[in-house]
Design a protein around this ligand. Structure first.
Ligand code: SAH
Ligand code: SF4
Ligand code: F3S
Length: 440
């Protein structure tokens, strides 16, 4: 109640850690809470409810959140009436330890419990409200997330993962694969187009495993391509084993599906790939790369690499470098292996020292920098259509956007050009991260 006796609206501060799927989930959570009468706090100090949407993928990700929880404990001491909640993958991963380490938490909610958040926030008691049940059917298909401003929107197409790679916690924290019905996706995307969104990125941990009744991912891409107003379609992350011919055909024949593929490799060693249970060999991966490149000549490819997995020898690591050279990635996300509780590789433990992991990581990063620079520089002189996103972060009077193959392009602003327009630009110079262009 405020001083006039009216019920004041509770203000929510929500911080998001982890991947794009968590960003999308935070938009969903915001929508759920808004429906229940909550509003967004503009700063932490004025929040009545503080929520952290967390990630459990590597130890480092969890440590960041635990550190943050420590800061918030002090805030909670000063203002005990503030409700503090932990959402997302960490909530699911180690709720027992969390409640023990952070007894000042008021609620712990896993990724399938977001509908219940208003109810959980309403509960008062000594113990925190905890809901970490996974639900095989929950897709939140009927809830429209609170998308941010901007010409690109990230839309969750499927949730969960059934792959159980030996190193990965995702199947345990996000539960089984389930896909959003195509009718709901198309309705959502049409509404986004009407609001000025020009590019959609379809999301899922194995997004190309999407299947709803008879609709597979290839067909879904074609359905999204039929939405008026949507000009560009991307998706992340596809799994190499689910890269069907139907998906490749849709990418090749639907001009709106952009020539960019994030194709996580993890390791170039067949021994390690088998130990990771990735479901492909290095040869199968390279064959796939050759097939997609043949179908989509202008394709850019990025990847994820883990160094120092259990049992990785110098030879295995050499095979990763070799495969990276063979593909010539446009960019890569590279990680040191982090042992995760609950996973199958957990009991195997670590065999590669931290120092050695660091050395291998530095080596893959250096190789990737070289590869990126060569791939970006090779585009000098070329002309691309760029969807304008807004002012460039650096460079006064410069605008920024992405090329079809997802490279950041910056170019001089001109009167009349605004976010959402597509403009032709010519590449004049490049680093391994940015193309500097002129208007063509
Ligand atoms: N579903 C995607 C990956 C999602 S997680 C896929 O299968 O490709 C994003 C990336 O984090 C993974 O590709 C992997 O490179 C990395 N990762 C996952 N678990 C990890 C772990 N235990 N240690 C280090 N990196 C990990
Ligand atoms: Fe994790 Fe493998 Fe699933 Fe990707 S496919 S989320 S790496 S288990
Ligand atoms: Fe992290 Fe969960 Fe994404 S573990 S990477 S936030 S699915």
């Amino acid at each position: 109640m405020d001083e006039n006796g009216h019920g004041a609206q509770a203000r929510v501060w929500l911080e998001t850690y982890g991947c794009q799927m968590n960003v999308a989930d935070s938009q969903l959570v915001t929508a759920v809470l808004r429906r229940a009468g909550y509003v967004t706090a503009t700063k932490l100090e004025e929040a009545d409810v503080i929520l952290l949407n967390t990630c459990a993928i590597r130890e480092h990700a969890e440590e960041r959140v635990l550190g943050r929880l420590g800061d918030l404990a002090r805030l909670k001491q000063a203002r005990p009436e503030v409700k503090l909640g932990l959402l997302g993958c960490m909530a699911q991963h180690n709720r027992a330890a969390l409640v023990e380490k952070a007894p000042w938490l008021d609620l712990v909610a896993g990724p399938d419990a977001y509908r219940r958040l208003p109810e959980m926030l309403g509960e008062s008691g000594f113990d925190p409200a905890v809901d970490v049940r996974l639900n095989r059917a929950e897709t939140y298909a009927d809830i429209s997330p609170e998308y941010g401003a901007g010409v690109r929107a990230y839309v969750t197409a499927m949730r969960g993962c059934d792959k159980f790679c030996a190193f990965c916690v995702v199947p345990y924290v996000r539960g089984r694969e389930r896909s959003v019905p195509p009718a709901d996706l198309i309705r959502e995307i049409s509404e986004l187009a009407a609001r000025g969104v020009r590019e959609v990125v379809l999301l899922g941990q194995t997004v190309n495993a999407y299947r709803y009744e008879l609709v597979g991912f290839g067909q879904l891409l074609r359905m999204v391509a039929a939405v008026d107003g949507i000009e560009r379609i991307r998706f992340t992350s596809p799994h190499p084993s689910d890269m069907s011919q139907a998906v490749i055909d849709a990418m090749a024949s639907e001009p709106k599906v952009q020539p960019y593929l994030h194709l996580p490799l993890q390791s170039g060693s067949d021994r390690i790939l088998a130990a990771m249970d990735r479901g492909y060999t290095s040869t199968q991966y390279l064959d796939l790369v050759a097939r997609v490149r043949a179908a989509i000549p202008e394709l850019a490819i990025s990847t994820d690499i883990i160094v120092g997995f259990h049992g990785e020898t110098e030879n295995d690591f050499g095979a990763t470098l070799e495969l990276m050279r063979a593909v010539g990635y446009d960019s890569a996300f590279t990680f040191k292996y982090s042992v995760r509780e609950h996973t199958r590789a957990h009991r195997l433990g670590d065999t590669v020292s931290e120092a050695e992991k660091q050395r291998r990581l530095s080596e893959v990063i250096a190789l990737q920098e070289e590869s990126s620079l060569a791939r970006y520089r090779a585009l000098a002189g070329r002309v691309f259509p760029v969807l304008i996103e807004g002012p460039a972060r650096r460079g006064v009077g410069m605008l920024a956007g992405k090329t079809p193959d997802y490279k950041t392009a910056i170019f001089p602003a001109r009167a009349g050009l605004t976010a959402g327009d597509t403009v032709a630009v010519r590449v004049t110079s490049a680093t391994g991260h940015t193309l500097t262009c002129t208007l063509a």
